[in-house]
Structure formats: C-alpha cells, structure tokens
Design a protein around this ligand. Sequence first.
Ligand SMILES: [Zn+2]
Length: 359
Amino acid sequence: MQSHSSAKPQKNSALLRAPAELRHEIYSYLVPDHIHACVQGDKLHLSTCVVGRIKEEDDSKGAMLPSSNMLDGYERQPKVPLHGDHDPVWAPRLRSTWGPHWICEENTLDQHSEGKLDLALLLVCRDMYLEVVDLLARTAVFHITDLETANFLHERPLLLCSMQLRLTQLSITLRPPIKFYQSLERPDDDTTMEPELASATQTWSRLGSIIRQFNRLSRLWIWLDHDDPCSWSLVNERATLQPLITQLSGSPNLKISIYLPRLHPKYEREDWHYTSETPTPFHLHRKLRQRWHGVEKGQGRFQVIHKVDFPFLIDIIGFDEMSMVEVEEEERKGWRKGTDMELVVEDLNHANIHENMHI
Ligand SMILES: [Zn+2]
C-alpha cells in the first residue's frame, strides 16, 4: 500500500476546499462501516465485511453477526448442489476459520471480488488520507478472524497512520481447532505444541493487554467456536476466557459482548462453563452451532457430514415451529430427568425414515 507521505498535497481540490462537515458526509458514503483486517504474508489487507451489518437480534447495538438462529451451515451450500464423496465447494466453506464470515473470506481471497476495499480515496492526497483514516477508525467496526492479525496490529503501531490505536469498535471471530482450547488449560506445557498453535495460544494469553492498547475502544465483540464436529461443551470456557477478562477489567468503559455456542446439558459443568445461573462481567450470548461440517477424507478430498450439537429437538417435526428458547427448555427437561435426548432424537429420526419408506 502506498504510504500517505508519498501522496501529494492537492490544495486546489474542490473537495478539500469544501466545509469539513460536507467532506465527511461524502466520505461516509464511500467508506464501509464494517471492515475486515487480515494479514497475508507481511501485509495488512482490508476488505468490506458483507455480513456485519445484519443485526444480531439479541443485541440491538451489536451488528456483528448474522441474526438467524438457523444459520447452521446449510445456507453455505452452492446454488447447484454437488453429490458424491467429494465436495470442493460446500465442505471448504463449512471449514472456514472465519465462521459466520465465510463469505467475507471468499471475497477476500477472490482477487476480483467487489468486497475488496477500494482505498483509492486514501491515496489522493495526504490531507484526505488523514481524514479518511480518522473516519474509518471512529465509525467502522473492524473485524479480525485470526490471532496473527491481532499480533500484527499490536506490533505495528504506525500502521495506516496508527489507525488501530484510534479504533473504537473491534470484532474478533475465532474458530480454531479444539486443541487450541485444550492447550489453554495447561499454558505452561507448550513443549509439545506445534509452533503455529504455540504462537496462537501465546497471543490469546495476552490478547486483553493488546486490546487495552487500543485505548479509544468502546465496543468489543468476541465470537468463539472450534472447528470439530464434537460438542462445544468439551471446552473449558472459564480457562479460555478468564485471562482475557482479567486483563480487560481495568477498562470499565469498554462494553464487551461474547458469543459462545449453546451448552450441552450432558457436559455442562459449573466450574468450566458460564451457565445461565452465573453472572458474567460481559454480555454473554449463546448461539446455535454449525450442524453441517466439512471433513477431510485424505488426498485433498472433503466430505460434508451432519453432526448436531445441543439442542437436538429442533430437527424434529413439531419442534421446528417453536422458538429456540422453548425447544431448549423442553429438551433440558428431558436431560434433567436422565433421558439421553440425543438418542431419543436419533430413534425418532430412524422411525421417520422407516415410516416414509413404507409409504
Ligand atoms: Zn464479514
């Protein structure tokens, strides 16, 4: 990216001679309000986020996630579905580490995508560059989807005219392997970790301190999941989040919302999880997990599988018209009575299949 210092002053520009309010109004039409920042190689790439504006129904100020409770991965299927034991489109989408921002990842990787952020405006001249950078930092939600980018923003304080130090809204979406969370439970034992995993856990362990550097930040959203079809509830949420929360406890004006998958009653533990009874120093939102997964079958082949995490009843006819809260409560009643609701749903599905076969 061209440095602002090489942009020439444009004293005769009609835009620059216009009143500041009018200029800002014009800029606001040209710069997006949700931006992905992503490190590729040694460079920071910015692209427009195409899902960030869809409001999260639980969080009227949120605007960071698709709102539907039923975004379970099925919606990532290409318009013309593929059949067979190798799915080169749907399966990779389901494996996206960008989670609900999978389409933003596709746009970022696509050189010709309209999602590419056109920063030509920044390069017109130095004054305009400074004004637009300032506007971006004040008004846009910056989305990052990996810890390498968080580290990069931290280590390059002069990046984009230190825009990151003036950020006001940051959204972090992470979908690492489950072993990332397992390694956070024993942070001192990094001798056997792969270098990439060790680096990610080290960055996570000081993420709160990194975020505190952005001292104008007023809003932080964190979205977490892992990429394995097994239940989210095998993750120790408290061990994962406690260091971050402690490091951010000195920022009382920072409003934090954390999005975690719904807890599976079979694995739920008070000492591991933020259960509904536990008060939290952040706004906790529980979301439905992906129910479709892309799994690697070896030799570069990928397959789509259907593997459900709690709640299971929403796949059963009759429950699909109830609200998520009602389904969850209904299913929890069963678990509380000692019934394995996963097995019950499995049996009901088998019964339905046999019934349909007789028709
Ligand atoms: Zn996005």
